[in-house]
Design a binder for this molecule. Structure first.
Ligand code: ZN
Length: 325
């Protein structure tokens, strides 16, 4: 169970409503059939009194054979009358959105496929990533976009750096490293967001909740939590702490001030303490991060984050050129 309690409760209420709607639908159909074929009302009464007699006979140990036949005959007659009036054969059968679990969400105490799917939909929705993740995955990460003739200050080529980043991101996403964190830094268009989406997709495919925010949205969530205090703002804020993976995209674009800095520190520090993973991507260099954020933020990143560097040509530009050539 990976949903929050309130998410799960809301989902169960949906199942309740579904069962209620379907029961209402059946009841309307019943009225409709009685109105069209009034004789069916009498037959149904006979069926229920015969069923009652059968029950009494069974309890008192008497033979119920002929009663059984009578009920069968009445049922057949009912079916015939309905067919003659043009109703489908299953018109008065119970209606279910999911016949497998009869809209309870469970089969023998195990979650039904429909419930698992509904949970996934909620998790994908809550991740704020929606359909993006269905298209972006490690298998689509193109190493050829990273040139072998471009090197960074450490002497690594763009290609080697990207290969290394991909390998470490895959390990990270495999889920074997509990509470691991990753800082992906590099030029605009170097594939940082793509890589973080790949990681998010892996987490979500194992129904582990992911929250994706831009640094700008993150400060917005902090502010709403502090000043608005609505249930919605509280939930958004709590999700930052409770999700298995938090992705903060584009660090450095938010307004950095005396209010956001402590909130940001608290967020990443608390997640480290709770052993919950965080991925941060940024266009800033490590030197710029150090200048922009407080010493304690910087030291948490250096000590607790796996740091990978992506650079090369702007992939977004390169993709366009490839497309048009
Ligand atoms: Zn089901």
């Amino acid at each position: 169970m990976r949903l929050s309690n309130s998410q799960y409760d809301a989902l169960m209420r949906e199942y309740d409503l579904r069962r209620q709607d379907n029961a209402d639908l059946l009841s309307r159909r019943q009225d409709e059939v009685y109105e069209a074929v009034p004789e069916l009302y009498r037959i149904d009464e006979e069926i229920s009194s015969a069923a009652m007699e059968t029950f009494r006979a069974r309890v008192s140990g008497q033979d119920e054979g002929t009663l059984h036949d009578r009920v069968e005959a009445l049922r057949e007659k009912k079916q015939q009358l309905m067919t003659d009036a043009g109703f489908p054969e299953d018109y008065l059968m119970p209606v279910y959105d999911c016949p497998d679990c009869r809209d309870t969400g469970y089969i023998d105490g195990e979650k039904c496929h429909c419930l698992l799917q509904a949970e996934m939909d909620i998790l994908y929705g809550a991740s704020h990533l929606g359909d993006i993740l269905r298209e972006e995955s490690f298998s689509r990460f193109v190493l050829d976009y990273y040139p072998r003739d471009k090197v960074d200050s450490s002497g690594a080529t763009a290609r080697d750096s990207a290969e290394d980043a991909l390998k470490r991101a895959r390990e990270f996403a495999s889920g074997d490293t509990e509470g691991a964190n990753m800082l992906i830094y590099g030029d605009p268009g170097s594939g940082k967001t793509f890589l973080s989406h790949c990681i998010a997709g892996e987490f979500l495919s194992r129904t582990r909740p992911v929250v994706y925010v831009t640094a700008y949205t993150l400060t917005d969530i902090f502010a709403k939590r502090a000043f608005e205090k609505t249930p919605e703002s509280r939930r958004e804020y709590d999700d930052l702490y409770s999700c298995d993976l938090l992705i903060i995209d584009d660090l450095g674009t938010e307004f950095s001030n005396s209010f956001t800095q402590p909130s940001f520190f608290q967020c990443i520090n608390e997640r480290i303490l709770r052993k919950r993973s965080t991925v941060i991507s940024t266009n800033l260099s490590l030197g710029q991060i150090k200048e922009t954020y407080t010493e304690r933020v910087f030291s948490r990143l250096v000590e607790h984050y796996d740091i990978v560097h992506l650079f090369g040509e702007d992939i977004r530009v390169r993709k366009k050129i490839t497309k048009h050539s």
